[in-house]
Write a protein that binds this ligand. Structure first.
Ligand SMILES: [Zn+2]
Ligand SMILES: [Zn+2]
Length: 436
């Protein structure tokens, strides 16, 4: 792995020296996540205290040896590390936790606050960096509040693609600062569920000074495809596919993986997991009791040939066509145990990350050449994104109703589109900061 030194312009232009923080001022600086999706990291500074939210890195796809990664620019923090009181992590995806092993030493090992699953994922990843000091991780519950420096910090649950995802509320004397993290809404035909209504009712009557929110899918109209629809389709595919079934997806789609494993067990299919990151994530949710299935439901590759084809589901990473991931090795006939044959069905339960179109095409070509039937998101609803579309984002803005707004988690154009949504919700131009 190679680190690309990257330059993140600060809010007020990095050529000019940053003035000292005036008394009674709150400074919020995104250190990444504003020219890309990845390396999310934002700091909040007030008085003698700094807290940091998320520490991601930018990556192409897991299970890809030799990838380049880009870290947030932590210079501002390194120069003020005696002021850093805590690092809060919204959820366990690599674009939010991936930077921790690389930056934690530079910022002086502040205590990390996050929920249980995220904490375990951070610890697991840290095992790959034995030279680092132990992390000081505090597991929080959604209803907890913690005092760090002069801040009180609260949490709220958000619906994403991995359990224990949360947004963060920083209380200040001037009002709340709200950071959504990654989120979408759980909804039925464009009506958010009771659970969502209840969660967001917290903000009614609160004085919200500032909101920073997820911009990933704000260009898409309406509400996103409900995961419920995806689950229903995958349940049916798992129950009724006559031959062998291979499902390629992201290891980060942990909720969906859990639901597929439960369904496979219900209908008597055994599961083979191919792909290291997917294996690790499934082990973690099993260990925590979030996934309750029998150990006998899982098989190893050697058992594959002893089972009837319709009694097997192979879950594999690499639906992006990345050369070294499990699904591509299966397609290229270089996988040791799994060979595609006529009668197999391959489901690509994933989106195509821009730039990967050609490799996904190659993946599909190779799989179909060997006789597989392919189901993908254009032929059936087998994938939904974990990020809110335009109308969901609008709803979120109305519920939180901030005085000031900053779009995060997107390329510059997406941030601009998100700013327009904030305007449609009544924010004036000078109440919106688009980081650039
Ligand atoms: Zn995420
Ligand atoms: Zn993210």
């Amino acid at each position: 792995m190679r680190e690309i030194p990257e330059h993140t312009p600060l809010l007020n232009g990095d050529e000019r020296p940053i003035p000292p923080l005036a008394a009674g001022t709150i400074r919020i600086i995104p250190l990444g996540g504003v020219e890309e999706i990845g390396r999310n990291m934002t700091l909040v500074e007030m008085g003698d205290d700094i807290i940091v939210i998320d520490a991601g890195f930018q990556f192409r796809e897991d299970d890809t040896p030799g990838i380049d990664y880009i870290l947030p620019n932590t210079k501002y923090l390194e120069e003020r590390r005696e002021k850093i009181r805590a690092l809060f992590i919204t959820h366990g995806h690599l674009d939010h936790i991936g930077g921790i092993p690389y930056i934690i030493d530079r910022i002086g090992y502040p205590p990390i606050y996050t929920r249980e699953l995220t904490a375990v994922m951070i610890r697991k990843r840290q095992e790959e960096f034995p030279n680092l000091k132990p992390l000081d991780i505090h597991e929080v519950k959604k209803e907890d509040s913690v005092k760090v420096g002069n801040f009180r910090v609260r949490f709220f649950s958000v619906y994403h693609t991995i359990p224990d995802s949360m947004g963060i509320i920083v209380e200040t004397p001037y009002g709340d600062l709200v950071f959504t993290g990654d989120l979408r809404l759980d909804h039925v035909d464009g009506v958010p569920t009771e659970t969502e209504e209840k969660e967001f009712s917290f903000f009614a009557g609160r004085n919200v000074l500032f909101l920073a929110a997820d911009s990933t899918n704000v260009e898409r109209p309406g509400f996103s495809l409900p995961e419920r629809v995806v689950k229903k389709n995958l349940d049916e595919i798992i129950a009724t596919t006559p031959g062998r079934l291979v499902i390629g997806t992201f290891s980060s789609q942990l909720e969906r993986l859990m639901r597929m494993i439960e369904q496979a067990e219900r209908v008597g299919r055994k599961i083979l997991v191919e792909g290291r990151s997917m294996k690790v994530n499934i082990e973690i949710v099993k260990h925590l009791g979030l996934l309750k299935v029998s150990e006998k439901t899982f098989i190893d590759a050697a058992q594959l040939e002893h089972l009837p084809d319709n009694k097997v589901v192979i879950l594999a990473t690499g639906a992006q066509g990345d050369e070294f991931a499990a699904l591509m090795r299966i397609a290229m006939k270089t996988h040791k145990h799994v060979k595609i044959k006529k009668g197999d069905t391959v489901v690509l339960s994933s989106s195509i990350i821009p730039g990967n179109e050609r490799s996904v095409q190659k993946l599909k070509d190779n799989l179909s050449r060997q006789g597989a039937k392919i189901i993908h998101r254009d032929t059936m609803d087998v994938h939904a994104s974990g990020h809110a579309n335009r109308d969901e984002t609008f709803w979120i803005h109305q519920k939180i109703n901030p005085r000031f707004f900053m779009p995060l988690h997107g390329y510059h154009y997406m941030l601009r589109v998100h700013a327009d949504i904030a305007k449609a919700c009544g924010r004036a131009d000078d109440e919106i900061v688009v980081p650039d």
